[in-house]
Design a protein around this ligand. Structure first.
Ligand SMILES: C[S@@+](CC[C@H](N)C(=O)[O-])C[C@H]1O[C@@H](n2cnc3c(N)ncnc32)[C@H](O)[C@@H]1O
Length: 249
């Protein structure tokens, strides 16, 4: 089947995601009286879902659907190595530039088709050399990927053609006692996922998610994780991801 062109290869989504991942509380909103608790989503995913007390020396993390790498750099504060994997070569080029240089000059959408200069920057407290990026398809992962202490998939599930196949592959990625961190707004569209594969058609989405994961994982925590994607200076996409932490049996 012919897949639609990948929207995550466009310049406009690259700019939106650089701002989502590296903007501070002021940059996305530009002084508007908006929901500041919804900014900084990628770093909050890692901070609020990861249980640092469970990590041992040499912890390895995998961020699937990492986009431009914001969560990877946050995970690198407590994990010794972080592999970010994504299906967009444009996003991965930007992520690698941020790893190599610590910053990336870009533009963000303003009013009436204009744009503003924006410098995406990784905090100087992060050891960027711990992070690596790799192209890969979450629905067809390399069998050599295994034994991670931490696996994160944020806002990825409802972008996959076969979300259940992805969830069933997770048991092979996380080592026993390791942490699976998920965040999803269950925002299904037929552009990404055929309707018959949507999770939660016949019961609440989070219950079907639990049914799929419970043979291999124990649910330890859930948390609401709002996010804000700036389309232009006066228009934003706001969503609420359900964040969850699962421990591999
Ligand atoms: C909605 S964005 C979320 C990005 C990031 N995790 C975040 O929370 O901001 C979805 C990401 O998944 C990536 N993606 C989509 N399909 C994928 C696939 N089959 N395998 C790996 N990554 C994929 C996209 O390129 C994009 O970076």
């Amino acid at each position: 089947m012919q897949r639609n062109p990948n929207p995550y290869e466009t310049d406009i989504l690259l700019q939106q995601y650089l701002l989502l991942h590296f903007g501070d509380a002021e940059q996305p909103l530009g002084g508007l009286p908006g929901p500041r608790e919804a900014v900084d989503f990628p770093a909050r995913c890692a901070r609020e879902l990861l249980d640092v007390s469970r990590l041992r020396g040499g912890a390895r993390a995998l961020d699937i659907g990492c986009a431009v790498g914001g969560s990877c750099f946050e995970l690198a504060r407590s994990c010794d190595s972080v592999l970010g994997l994504d299906y967009s070569r444009g996003f991965l080029r930007a992520a690698a530039a941020l790893r190599d240089q610590g910053f990336l000059e870009t533009r963000i959408p303003d009013e009436a088709g204009k744009s503003l200069a924006f410098t995406a920057r990784v905090s100087g407290e992060v050891d960027r050399s711990r992070v690596d990026f790799q192209f890969g398809d979450a629905n067809d992962l390399d069998p050599a990927l295994a034994d991670f202490d931490v696996v994160l998939a944020a806002n990825l599930l409802c972008r996959l053609p076969k979300p259940r196949r992805f969830l069933e592959r997770l048991a092979g990625l996380v080592k026993p006692g390791g942490q699976l961190l998920l965040a999803t707004p269950f925002s299904w569209t037929e552009d990404h996922t055929p309707r018959e594969f949507w999770i939660g058609r016949d019961m609440p989405c989070h219950e079907e998610l639990q049914d799929i994961l419970k043979p291999a994982f124990v649910l330890e925590k859930t948390v609401e994780l709002p996010f804000l994607l700036r389309e232009h200076a006066r228009r934003f996409q706001m969503g609420f991801s359900l964040g969850s932490r699962w421990i591999r049996k």
